[in-house]
Design a protein around this ligand. Structure first.
Ligand code: HEM
Ligand SMILES: [Ca+2]
Ligand SMILES: [Ca+2]
Length: 306
């Protein structure tokens, strides 16, 4: 239903406009690409890729931004606004906010050294948000591999390769202490750290996240190449250097089918890149609004006319 030529006539330069704004933002914030691809993920898992995550609170909207997985966590909304403004200046009223997130994800990956691909386009924007849906559907870093798999399946990503490849996005970006510090001191009430955490890495992480320190301090998801989109995320897992519990489980869950995929992606970066592109396309296809459904928002934060 989506296609790569959707804006060929109406906004032929949309990809380069998006890319240029992100390039500019990266100058002052090397993390912004990671933040933007995460917005696309958190959008697609709730009502599909329809820009619902971008809507602010209003009389009729309970913003997804206030859902637990997003609050004090998702970022980059100001850059999305800048992209939207730049796109509107060249091609008013034709490019959806949902497509801007999909294009931003691709630009962010390729600008960080990862693969580039032709983005499928033609999504339209929702007139609703689903805060409860965001709380229910977006995976948490404290969940078991079984639960993570179930949440991916629930949105139609039934192949565990999607889970492993897409988790590889944690090759860049940051995470807050509050989302992994349970692994450092008292894991599952044992009084000990998570046994699947590398002891040298543990020492480093305890310095960054002391027991009574701020849970909002951030550190790199990939301690090896924090801003580069590469396959070191997977070699980190092999040496017990996954930052989040949900990362390390892909390799450390006994007997899991994800282990061999981690090994493959660790030894073969182009295999990872190829799977990642396919899985991004799969994720980007989650129930888009097309045809005359939804709308093209003129401001990504608001439903038109409200
Ligand atoms: C498998 C389930 C996943 C879980 C449990 C998970 C969880 C998390 C958590 C807890 C953070 C840190 C947030 C913070 O500290 O504020 C994070 C960051 C991030 N996630 Fe995921 N994530 C998952 C899958 C994905 C997917 C599928 C993508 C994209 C394809 C993705 C991309 C990112 C990126 C790039 C960051 C860093 C964002 C930044 O620096 O602003 N994650 N994730
Ligand atoms: Ca959505
Ligand atoms: Ca990396």
């Amino acid at each position: 239903q989506l296609n790569t030529t959707f804006y060929s006539n109406t906004c032929p330069n949309v990809s380069s406009i998006v890319r240029t704004v992100i390039q500019q933002a990266l100058q002052s914030d090397p993390r912004i690409g990671a933040s933007l691809i995460r917005l696309h993920f958190h959008d697609c898992f709730v009502q599909g890729c329809d820009g619902s995550i971008l809507l602010d609170n209003s009389g009729t909207i309970q913003s997804e931004k206030d859902a637990a997985p997003n609050t004090n966590s998702t970022r980059g909304f100001d850059v999305v606004d800048n992209i939207k403004t730049a796109v509107e200046n060249s091609c008013p009223d034709v490019v959806s906010c949902a497509d801007i997130l999909a294009l931003s994800a691709e630009s962010s990956v390729s600008l960080a050294g990862g693969p580039s691909w032709n983005v499928l386009l033609g999504r339209r924007d929702s007139t609703t948000a689903n805060q409860a849906g965001a709380n229910a559907s977006i995976p948490s870093p404290f969940e078991s591999l079984n639960n993570l798999t179930a949440k991916f399946s629930a949105v139609g990503l039934n192949n565990i390769t999607d889970l492993v490849a897409l988790s590889g996005a944690h090759t860049f970006g940051r995470a807050q202490c509050r989302l992994f510090s349970n692994r450092l001191y008292n894991f599952s009430g044992t009084g000990n750290p998570d046994p699947t955490l590398n002891t040298t890495y543990l020492v480093t992480l305890r310095q960054i996240c002391p027991q009574n320190g701020s849970g909002f301090v951030v550190t790199n998801l990939d301690p090896t190449t924090p801003n580069t989109f590469d396959n070191t995320y997977f070699s980190n897992l092999q040496t017990n250097r996954g930052l989040l519990q949900s990362d390390q489980e892909l390799f450390s869950t006994t007997g899991a089918p994800t282990i061999s995929i981690v090994n493959q992606f660790s030894s073969n970066q182009s295999a990872f890149f190829q799977s990642f592109v396919q899985s991004m396309i799969n994720m980007g296809n989650i129930s888009p609004l097309t045809g005359s459904n939804g709308q093209i928002r003129s401001n990504c934060r608001r439903v038109n006319g409200s």
